[in-house]
Design a protein around this ligand. Structure first.
Ligand code: SF4
Length: 283
């Protein structure tokens, strides 16, 4: 049997936002010792475990803070959470990704200008919770226009932003539906493109590779929004599997496959990608 050709997507893996956060956290850990992070640094178990070995550990709630230093993750946080941390005299290390910060500023400015703010995103995701926080009482997070309709809101001025890692075509479709449904009733709809270009580039590269492959393997955290979106993008075209580590690859997936594509979520460490490639070559 001929070994399959294993090809990596042109753009994949750790983004600059997560790399920056890792650097800041490593520096802080070597200076202060133990650091808490409010939630996992990024949605990747391998990365969280690597940082935990250096003393950087996630907590779910402020009451669990072990010491006087707390890191805000790349996903950012809302102003109420930041005030609560300051009120507890806990020192903050802010690793909010600059792209998420831009989205927060857009949401805040829209709310301050009197717009109701719709966030195209998963209301349970930590980035979206933070974005909602910056809109005060004026924000709602939805993934479907129907949810907005069912909420009973009928804003006259509507601002629209997106969770940074959403799929571009899905955001465009959402905005088009919103305009069709609410446009005639509203005075103004203002849309700000807050999508992350790094994520968009990785999604486009994954789609291109999926078109040339018989199997796609996405390596990333099962709770990582951008890794799941990579699966969503590739799976209509080719058999696609999401794995968190190379050990999860099943030999049966490769049977009869000559071209295998690999891509990785934005919080997947480089070593995890290399381990996956090595594993695929060894099978
Ligand atoms: S995926 Fe984009 S928005 Fe998210 S941390 Fe990376 S660079 Fe920032």
């Amino acid at each position: 049997m001929k070994n399959p050709e294993i090809v990596k997507a042109d753009k994949l893996g750790l983004c600059f936002g997560v790399r920056r956060a890792i650097k800041l956290l490593k520096e802080a850990a070597s200076k202060y010792g133990e650091i808490d992070t409010l939630g996992p640094v990024a949605h990747n178990r391998v990365l969280v475990e690597t940082l935990a070995d250096l003393g950087v550990k996630p907590i779910a709630h402020l009451d669990q803070a072990r010491g006087g230093i707390l890191a805000i993750t790349t996903h950012g946080a809302g102003p109420t959470v930041l005030s609560e941390i300051k009120a507890r005299h806990i020192r903050i290390i802010d690793t909010t990704c600059p792209i998420v910060r831009k989205a927060q500023n857009a949401a805040k400015e829209l709310a301050e200008a009197g717009f109701d703010v719709v966030i195209f995103g998963d209301a349970e995701h930590s980035e979206v919770k933070g974005l909602l926080g910056w809109t005060g009482e004026k924000g709602i997070a939805v993934l479907d226009v129907k949810q907005l309709y069912e909420s009973g809101r009928s804003p006259s001025r509507l601002g629209v932003v997106s969770q940074t890692t959403q799929i571009q075509s899905a955001f465009i479709e959402f905005a088009a539906q919103l305009i069709r449904m609410l446009g005639p009733k509203t005075e103004e709809i203002r849309l700000v493109n807050t999508l992350c270009k790094v994520t968009q580039g990785q999604q486009e590269a994954a789609l291109e590779l999926a078109g040339k492959s018989q199997l796609m393997i996405v390596i990333g955290g099962s709770s990582s929004a951008n890794a799941r979106h990579l699966v969503e993008i590739c799976s209509p075209f080719v058999e696609t599997h999401l794995v968190e580590t190379a050990d999860e690859v099943k030999t049966s997936w490769l049977v009869g496959k000559d071209h295998v594509g690999v891509t990785a979520g934005a919080s997947t460490p480089d070593e995890a990608v290399e381990e996956l490639i090595a594993k695929l070559r060894s099978l």
